[in-house]
Design a protein around this ligand. Structure first.
Ligand SMILES: [Zn+2]
Length: 132
């Protein structure tokens, strides 16, 4: 195996490792992903995690369905459809909407959480991630 392959291998492992540790810090990493601020209003500190699709409507507790949220937004949103609710707020903006949509469609986090022991899945996750 040449140096180039070793290097590739190493970077690949590091990439997987960093995802693994992010997973261990699950809740924390979600909040850090949004700079510690509420993903909706972005002016209050996120002190809660909101189910984007409410649990009462079949929403999951996977990372892609959880978003850092301040108490006020969480309370105000309740079990409404997030987008309908969000578009009515005075802090609504389309960039934030896009970011949240992106977060929701981030399927690789779902893969990680479903079965963290299966290395073949993780390989797939890493390969998928590199094509994004
Ligand atoms: Zn808020």
């Amino acid at each position: 195996m040449g140096i180039a392959e070793d290097w590739k291998e190493l970077m690949f492992s590091l990439d997987c490792l960093s995802k693994g540790s992010a997973k261990r810090k699950f809740r924390k990493s979600i909040k850090n992903g949004w700079g510690g601020l509420c993903a909706y209003c972005r002016s209050n500190r996120a002190t809660t995690l909101d189910h984007i699709k409410p649990k009462s409507r079949g929403g999951s507790s996977l990372r892609s369905n959880l978003i850092p949220c301040c108490q006020a937004c969480n309370h105000s949103k309740g079990s409404e459809n997030w987008l309908e609710w969000f578009q009515r707020q005075e802090f609504y903006n389309s960039v934030a909407e896009e970011l949240i949509e992106e977060w929701i469609s981030n399927k690789r986090f779902i893969d990680e959480e479903l079965d963290e022991e299966r290395t073949d899945d993780r390989t797939e996750v890493c390969l998928t991630a590199s094509t994004i």
